[in-house]
Structures are given as structure tokens and as C-alpha cells.
Design a protein. Structure first.
Length: 362
């Protein structure tokens, strides 16, 4: 499975510039609303320092990192949930994504049009979040209508769904994104099929400028907001492709200011992977070392399917080598002699960093 991350926000906030920086592509980034109509799509490698170290130990000829799909989605505007600015089309593209990057403008430049003629990042965030919530409300109403006959039946599952959707409606009407509501694992599993926009994890990218008071914006933004401060990045996008990134953690007084290159841009992708609870296992041999993203908690037979369905259909066992053992001894022969390779069955829960050789028979 290739995970999809969508870049969203108002027009002219720097979405395409960020997309270009991360993907090393050169898609148009013009000074007028809706420069992007059809979404731009790029394939991005997930940077992992462990790959090269594993390759050095097994003397591999090739390194293949995990990949994600990055989608630059056209700017949303107020009324998007009702079709304004081609909103319905753009909202459907967001629905396809596993997680979102919400880009916010916090810089003044008379040469770059602001669609609402005033720089107000908190208002802009609220506009986007409101449109996503309205779209989810509309979807809830359609689900209710579609399942309204459930009250006349004895289908318990349908009634459970209706109660869950009604709960979603109450939360959305109260101005809460569904990602901020506490659901059980079973409830989340039921909701997953509907691809609610506000249920998707999000990080915020503040496109700012030098010598601007970020604390003023952040204090205003976090006031009465149920938002984890560790999902905020502030960046400066320039035509020369330099980015100044300021990662803000839970202590607003501590900020790491650094200039970053293409590889460091992957920190944004890494944060999204963390939010989605994605981990990495490796397959390693003389021909190739490859990393594979998987959802935390998956079993050996479930991760085998990521490589090929035959691996799961004919699963026999998984031979597991820990990353730390491989790096310590740097020899698969030595690891075998020391009995450091474990045989695990289909119910084994794969751990981040496991190096796996799947044995199967079809």
C-alpha cells in the first residue's frame, strides 16, 4: 500500500511551492487563485538512515526506500462544500488521502494576491476547517438518509452505524473535527469506510517570513484549540528553493531554527508517518535492501501481503533479525551462528526495524 498525503489550504499560500521543494518537481506556482486545477502528484521516498547501514552489512547492490504519494490539491475557498471555486471536485481529492498537510499564509507581500485581501492565518485556518466539517456534515446526512429504514428493521449493525453517525453530527455541529473526538477502535473501523475529511490526521505548515512574531500567531491559534503543538512547522519558502524551518514542540520557548535541504524536508513526511502510526520493516539480500511501511500492530502474515499476496497465501513462517543485532555483528553468518535469527508464526506482531525473510509455499 502506498500512502497518500494531500497538501491543502487557501489559494496563493505556498502549497505548490512546498510540493516542488519536497518532490524536486517544477509545477506552476503562479500569482493568481486556482493556478492549480488538476492535482499535481509526486512520488516521494521516505528517508531512513538504516537502509544504507543494512546495505553495508549485507553487501547489497541496490537500496529501495519506501515511498509515499504527495498530492498538491487546488486551493479551497469559503463555500467549497457547496461547490464554490470547484470545491466539490477538490474535496473529493482530499477524501482519497490518508493524511493532510495544511499550508497557511503568514507573510505580507503586495505582489502576491491574498484571496481575502488581508493576512489573517487564524481566520484562514477556520475557513478551511469549516468547509471540511460542512462537507462531513453533508456526508453524514446522506448516510442517515441512506440508512433511515434501519429503525424499522432488526439489523443491529445498521442501528449502531446510525447512532455513531448521529454522534458525529453532534460533534461537527459543535465545531469539533472528528479527529479530535475520542472513538473506540471498533467505532473508528466503522467510520473508516466513509473517508470523513476531518477524521484524517493533519499537520500545519505556516508559510512565514523573517522577523515575524510567530508567538503572536501561535498563541492566538492554540487558544481554545484542541491541537497538539508538535504538529506545527513554520517555513520560509523562497524562489531559490531555500527553506528555513522552525519546528515548534510543546514548549513554545524552545525552537530549533535551521536551514534544510531536500533530505531534511522529509522531516515533514516523517511526522505524518508518525501520526499515522506507520513503522518500517526491511527485506535484505545481496541484490536489494528495501524498506516497507506498515501500520503499527500488524502481524507477520499481514505484512507479508504488502510484498506479494502469494507471501500471505502460502505463509510458512517469518525469519526475523533485529536491526540492532545486524548492525552490531554486521554479518548474517555470524548472526546465524549466534542464534540471533528467530522463527515467528503468522500471529507475530512485527516490530519497527525488523529485518524479515518470509518463507512461503504456493
Amino acid at each position: 500500500m502506498v500512502y497518500k498525503f494531500g497538501i491543502i489550504g487557501l489559494p496563493n499560500v505556498g502549497k505548490s511551492a512546498l510540493f516542488n521543494k519536497i518532490t524536486k518537481l517544477n509545477i506552476p506556482s503562479k500569482n493568481f487563485p486556482f493556478c492549480t486545477i488538476n492535482p499535481n502528484i509526486g512520488i516521494v521516498s521516505v528517508f531512513d538512515t538504516r537502509l544504507e547501514k543494512i546495505a553495508n552489512c549485507v553487501l547489497s547492490k541496490n537500496i529501495v526506500p519506501s515511498i509515499i504519494t504527495l498530492i498538491d490539491i487546488a486551493g479551497l475557498v469559503k463555500g467549497a462544500s457547496k461547490g464554490e471555486g470547484l470545491g466539490n471536485k477538490f474535496l473529493e481529492k482530499i477524501r482519497e488521502c490518508n493524511a493532510l498537510i495544511h499550508v497557511i499564509r503568514y507573510f505580507k507581500d503586495t505582489n502576491i494576491i491574498h484571496i481575502y485581501n488581508e493576512i489573517d492565518p487564524v481566520r484562514d485556518i477556520d475557513i478551511i476547517n469549516t468547509e471540511l466539517m460542512l462537507s462531513d456534515l453533508d456526508l453524514c446526512e446522506k448516510i442517515i438518509k441512506r440508512n433511515s429504514l434501519a429503525k424499522f428493521t432488526k439489523d443491529i449493525n445498521q442501528k449502531v452505524i446510525l447512532n455513531l453517525i448521529n454522534r458525529c453530527i453532534c460533534q461537527l455541529q459543535a465545531g469539533l473535527a472528528l479527529r479530535d473526538v475520542i472513538f473506540t477502535k471498533d467505532e473508528l473501523k466503522k467510520l473508516k469506510q466513509y473517508q470523513f475529511l476531518t477524521l484524517k490526521p493533519v499537520i500545519y505548515i505556516v508559510n512565514t517570513e523573517y522577523n515575524i512574531d510567530m508567538n503572536f500567531f501561535l498563541d492566538k491559534f492554540f487558544k481554545n484549540k484542541n491541537i497538539n503543538k508538535s504538529i506545527i512547522f513554520s517555513i520560509i519558502l523562497k524562489e531559490n528553493n531555500n527553506i528555513k524551518l522552525n519546528y515548534v514542540d510543546n514548549d513554545l520557548s524552545k525552537k530549533n531554527m535551521l536551514y534544510i535541504d531536500f533530505i531534511d524536508c522529509k522531516k515533514i513526511i516523517k511526522k505524518l508517518c508518525d501520526i499515522l502510526q506507520l513503522e518500517t520493516f526491511f527485506t535484505a539480500g545481496s541484490k536489494e535492501v528495501r524498506s516497507w511501511l506498515f501500520k503499527k500492530g500488524k502481524t507477520a502474515i499481514q505484512t507479508a501481503k504488502l510484498i506479494h499476496t502469494d507471501f500471505s497465501k502460502g505463509f510458512i513462517r517469518a525469519q526475523i533479525t533485529s536491526y540492532n543485532d545486524l548492525i552490531k555483528y554486521c554479518s548474517m553468518n555470524e548472526i546465524r551462528k549466534l542464534g540471533k535469527i528467530r522463527s515467528e508464526g503468522k500471529k507475530y506482531v512485527v516490530q519497527d526495524g525488523d529485518i524479515i525473510n518470509f518463507l512461503f509455499n504456493i
